[in-house]
Design a protein around this ligand. Structure first.
Ligand SMILES: Cc1cc2nc3c(=O)[nH]c(=O)nc-3n(C[C@H](O)[C@H](O)[C@H](O)COP(=O)(O)OP(=O)(O)OC[C@H]3O[C@@H](n4cnc5c(N)ncnc54)[C@H](O)[C@@H]3O)c2cc1C
Ligand code: FES
Length: 285
């Protein structure tokens, strides 16, 4: 787990970006601790609110020199609506960074970064680190429609290998990011795939990557009540390094997991071998 801090972060700016709102928060104690793949939680509603649970968001960017942390928020319900409406000068109760970051590839290999909508938020800082280490990157960015895409211009500033896919065909190819995934992996000879998005897509991305011999790191979004390892609302069945399958907390042991170790078909249900099942879900590596 990361080494998080809780802080009253001032909103420095709030700007719309397609279907999302980009918040730049002044959080100088948190910013130097952030690595790509970390997330943050924000308290909503104030101390007397019935909204007891903090809301989780990927950290899009962290700037140590400026002491800032950036979040990308989609308005979904009352908590995210409050954040989308927060204005410069307001303060938010932030805990960051949380979770495990993405491991960098072993050596200067080619990596494919795949995301749907706002879930691409942590991938651009990751891509910059991979390139700094001498690796190459390609992007596949998907969404239901063009207005829900995120980061296409950022991706194009990093590489010519950017594939856009929308479900309604309003931008790029029509379909799901998984449809042209195998061709995209082969096209850039990706040895590592990094993926963020809904669990069913992550399951498919992981499967296709493994079939083609690429390692796949998945950043999962499960419902998280505490975000700090206390409540176990966020567990997924994951096979440990010892080959034993256990309910694993996504907020502290994840949210980044080796896709080969997640028992995707058992996500959201109690597996037949719930705790410490030896040999369950044997992994390829
Ligand atoms: C690790 C992680 C990273 C995330 N990153 C982002 C991000 O970068 N941008 C963004 O817009 N959203 C992100 N989400 C989803 C975001 O947490 C939810 O959209 C938000 O909590 C919804 O709260 P609400 O009050 O607006 O909606 P409501 O639907 O009223 O929320 C009610 C409850 O359900 C939980 N909940 C609802 N949707 C989700 C969800 N998809 N995942 C987890 N819990 C949920 C809320 O935390 C809350 O406790 C992330 C979730 C997780 C777990
Ligand atoms: S959200 Fe509470 S243990 Fe993960």
């Amino acid at each position: 787990m990361a080494n998080p801090v809780r802080t009253e972060a001032e909103v420095l700016s709030s700007t719309p970006e397609g279907a999302y709102q980009r918040l730049v928060l002044h959080a100088p104690a948190a910013a130097p601790r952030v690595r790509p793949g970390h997330f943050a939680t924000v308290a909503v509603g104030g101390p007397l609110s019935s909204m007891l649970l903090r809301r989780a968001f990927w950290i899009h960017r962290a700037d140590q020199a400026a002491g800032t942390v950036e979040l990308l928020v989609e308005e979904r319900g009352p908590g995210s609506r409050e954040l989308v409406r927060a204005r410069a000068g307001e303060r938010v109760d932030l805990i960051a960074p949380l979770g495990t970051p993405f491991p960098l590839p072993d050596g200067p290999v080619s990596s494919l970064l795949v995301a749907v909508g706002y879930a691409g938020a942590p991938l651009f800082a990751l891509a910059e680190e991979i390139r700094r280490d001498g690796g190459e990157v390609g992007f596949m960015l998907g969404a239901a429609s063009s207005g829900r895409l995120f980061g296409v211009a950022q991706a194009r500033a990093l590489t010519r290998d950017v594939l856009v896919v929308t479900e309604d065909g309003s931008a790029g190819l029509t379909g799901l990011v998984t449809d042209p995934l195998a061709q995209a992996i082969k096209a850039i000879d990706a040895r590592v795939v990094y993926a963020c998005g809904p669990l069913p897509l992550l399951a498919d991305i992981s499967r296709v990557s493994l079939e083609l011999g690429a390692r796949c790191w998945t950043a999962v979004e499960t419902a998280m009540a505490c975000g700090t390892g206390l409540c176990a609302t966020c567990v997924l069945p994951v096979v440990g390094a010892d080959g034993v399958s256990r309910p694993t907390r996504c907020c502290t042991d994840g949210p980044v997991f080796d896709g080969a170790r997640v028992r995707w078909s058992e996500a959201g249900r109690v597996p037949p071998d719930p705790a410490g099942a030896a040999g369950a879900g044997a992994v390829a590596r």
